[in-house]
Design a protein around this ligand. Structure first.
Ligand SMILES: NC(=O)c1ccc[n+]([C@@H]2O[C@H](COP(=O)([O-])OP(=O)(O)OC[C@H]3O[C@@H](n4cnc5c(N)ncnc54)[C@H](OP(=O)(O)O)[C@@H]3O)[C@@H](O)[C@H]2O)c1
Length: 223
């Protein structure tokens, strides 16, 4: 039985990650931005430990890491993120951009720094970051989405550096793309399929996979 900590379990992929791991008997620590109002989370209460955590609140991350000090964490799943809206060029919402960077980029880094010892002490030793194909510089042919794209491109760079820095400790660091999942309007990949696919990628990942950017259906993505 592994222990998995998932951020952003108020809705969407986070809830489904928590649900699927719990169904298999793993211990799940599901953090939510607002456990009181997270209606989707209600369905998994009782199967998982639900804890409030805003990933932009560094003091709260430090506090949680200290509270869980004795616990090895096999998979740290940095899932929390803000995707929308995508203001076009000329209408950039700078406060929103800063909030997106705090949530999608800086928060996951703080999580990695605060939980590295918990992961290093575990059996599986995985840090997975939910990135996006939209963070790929090489495959950006449609432009726009400056805040979201830059947050995920930055996250990808964090994954690469962490993979190098944490290789001596045998920690596998992955950037995962969920597909265009049905949590998004128009999304085509069913949420259960997206999450099952990403769990499979995590499960199969060995030391030599560290620093990879991979889709839910195991396709490597260009950076
Ligand atoms: N769905 C897709 O097609 C797709 C594609 C590529 C990448 N992704 C990535 O997949 C991840 C999950 O997205 P999703 O599709 O499941 O969307 P979602 O339902 O909006 O899930 C994101 C979760 O993060 C939470 N969150 C937002 N700000 C937070 C903060 N400061 N601290 C903690 N939690 C926070 C949200 O809470 P609230 O709901 O309360 O705001 C929400 O529960 C995100 O990183 C997203 O960028 C999704």
């Amino acid at each position: 039985m592994a222990t998995i900590l998932v951020t952003g379990c108020d809705s969407g992929l986070g809830v489904e990650f928590a649900r699927q791991y719990a169904v298999e008997g793993h211990r799940v620590i599901a953090t939510c931005l607002d456990p009181a109002s997270a209606s989707e989370t209600a369905a998994i209460r009782g199967q998982v430990e639900v804890i409030g955590l805003d990933v932009t609140d560094h003091a709260a991350i430090e506090k949680l890491a200290a509270r869980l000090k004795a616990e090895p964490i096999d998979i740290l799943l940095n899932n929390a993120g803000i995707a929308r809206p995508h203001p076009p060029f000329g209408a950039t919402d700078y406060p929103l951009w800063r909030r997106i960077l705090e949530t999608n980029l800086i928060g996951p880094m703080k999580m990695a720094e605060c939980f590295v010892e918990h992961v290093a002490r575990s059996e599986l030793k995985v840090m997975a970051f939910i990135s996006s194909r939209m963070g790929s510089i090489a495959s950006n042919n449609s432009g726009g989405s400056y805040a979201y794209r830059s947050s995920k491109a930055g996250l990808n760079m964090i994954v690469k550096s962490l993979a190098v820095d944490l290789a001596p400790r045998a920690i596998c660091v992955l950037a995962l793309h969920p597909g265009w999942a049905a949590t998004e309007p128009g999304g085509r990949v069913p949420v259960s399929e997206s999450v099952a696919g990403m769990r499979g990628v995590i499960h199969r990942a060995g030391r030599h996979h560290t620093g990879s950017f991979v889709t839910y259906n195991d396709q490597p993505l260009p950076w």
